[in-house]
Design a protein around this ligand. Structure first.
Ligand code: NAP
Length: 299
C-alpha cells in the first residue's frame, strides 16, 4: 500500500509520515523548503505547489493508493497578507491534487481546520454551517468543497490548534514549554477557546481513519480550553511555575487576520469511532511531556 503525504515537513505531517512508516506502509513524503529526516519506508519528494504541474506530476509519478493532503500555507496572518499565495497553495494546488487523485481512484484525506467556523458558538459539530472570518479559513473551506465535489472516496478531518515536537513552525505549546523551562514569562489569551490537538495523537487517529476507509467529514481534536488555561495545564504537568503565565486578551494583540473567539470542536463522532484516546487533555499532556523528556535526553 503506497501513501502520499503532502506537507510531510509540517507539525502534523511529519508525525503522520512517521506513524505510517512505522506501521510498514510505503510513504512518499512531500516537502518544500524544509527537508525531512531520513526514515525507513519513506521516500522524500521535494515539490513547490505554486507550480501546479509539479502537483500533478507528484501524483503521476508516485501513483499512491492513498493521498493525505496536509500541505498548505498554515500561517493565518501570512494568508491575510499574501492572499494570492494562500489561494494558489491552499486552493489551486488542492484542486490539481484532487483532479489527479480522482484519475487513479485514490482514497483522499484532507486535513482541514476549526477556522472554517466563525467562532461565535464553539463546540462545532461536523454539520454546523462554516463561516470563516479570515482568508486562511476561506481557502481551507473552498478546498474542502473541492475535495467533496471532486471525489467519492474522501475524508475531511477538521482539527484545531495543533501542537507538538518533531518538525514544523514553532507552536504555542512548544513555545510555552521552552519559555517556562527557562524561567521566562509567557503571555496567553484568556478569551480565545480552542481544542488543542497533539500531533502524535492526531497522526494515530488519522491512521485509524484510513484503515477504516472512513468517508465524510470528521472532527478530530482535543478538549475545549482557553489558551490561558492550556498554558496553565502545561505548566502544571511539566512542573513549571504557573505564575510566569500572564493573562492577556485579544484586544492586547494586533493580529493581521481576525481570529474566531471560540473555534472548539465537538468530537463525539470521532470518539465513537476511534480506539485511540486522541481527545483527553490529561493523556495528550502526558504524551507531550514524555516526548519532551525523551528529547532532552537525546539532545
Ligand atoms: N497549525 C494548526 O494549528 C492547524 C490547525 C488545524 C489545521 N491545520 C492544518 O494542518 C496543516 C499544516 O498546518 P501548519 O500550521 O503546520 O502549516 P505550515 O507550518 O504552514 O506548514 C505547511 C506545510 O505545507 C508545506 N508548504 C507550504 N508552502 C508550500 C508550497 N508552496 N509548496 C509545497 N508545500 C508547501 C510546508 O513545507 P515546507 O515547510 O517544507 O516548506 C509544510 O510542510 C495545514 O493543512 C493546516 O491547514 C493546522
Amino acid at each position: 500500500m503506497k501513501i502520499l503525504v503532502t506537507g510531510g515537513s509540517s507539525t502534523p505531517g511529519f508525525r503522520i509520515v512517521e506513524e505510517l512508516a512505522k506501521a510498514g506502509y510505503k510513504v512518499f513524503a512531500q516537502y518544500n523548503e524544509h527537508d525531512i529526516l531520513n526514515m525507513d519506508n519513506v521516500a522524500k519528494v521535494k515539490a513547490d505547489f505554486r507550480d501546479l504541474e509539479k502537483v500533478a506530476q507528484l501524483v503521476r509519478e508516485t501513483k499512491p493508493d492513498i493521498v493525505i493532503h496536509t500541505a498548505a500555507i498554515g500561517d493565518v496572518d501570512k494568508c491575510e497578507v499574501d492572499k494570492e499565495l494562500a489561494w494558489r497553495v491552499n486552493v489551486e494546488a488542492t484542486l490539481a491534487l484532487v483532479k489527479e487523485s480522482s484519475k487513479i481512484n485514490a482514497y483522499f484525506l484532507y486535513l482541514s481546520t476549526d477556522y472554517v467556523f466563525d467562532g461565535e458558538k464553539g463546540l462545532y459539530r461536523e454539520d454546523d454551517a462554516p463561516n470563516p472570518v479570515n482568508h486562511y479559513g476561506l481557502t481551507k473551506l473552498v478546498a474542502e468543497n473541492i475535495v467533496r465535489s471532486g471525489l467519492s472516496k474522501y475524508a475531511i478531518v477538521r482539527t484545531s490548534h495543533i501542537y507538538g515536537f518533531g518538525m514544523g513552525r514553532k507552536n504555542f505549546a512548544r513555545a510555552v514549554v521552552e519559555s517556562l523551562s527557562q524561567g521566562q514569562k509567557v503571555r496567553a489569551l484568556v478569551d480565545q477557546w480552542l481544542s488543542p490537538t497533539l500531533n502524535t495523537l492526531l497522526a494515530k487517529a488519522i491512521k485509524e481513519l484510513i484503515e477504516a476507509n472512513y468517508i465524510g467529514v470528521i472532527h478530530v481534536a482535543g478538549e475545549r480550553i482557553s489558551r490561558y488555561d492550556f498554558a496553565k495545564a502545561i505548566a502544571k504537568r511539566f512542573g513549571f511555575d504557573e505564575n510566569l503565565i500572564e493573562p492577556i486578551t485579544m484586544r492586547d494583540i494586533q493580529f493581521k487576520a481576525k481570529r474566531p473567539r471560540d473555534s472548539s470542536l465537538d468530537t463525539s463522532r470521532a470518539r465513537s469511532i476511534l480506539k485511540i484516546d486522541f481527545y483527553t487533555l490529561k493523556n495528550s499532556l502526558e504524551v507531550f511531556y514524555r516526548e519532551w523528556i525523551e528529547l532532552r535526553g537525546s539532545g
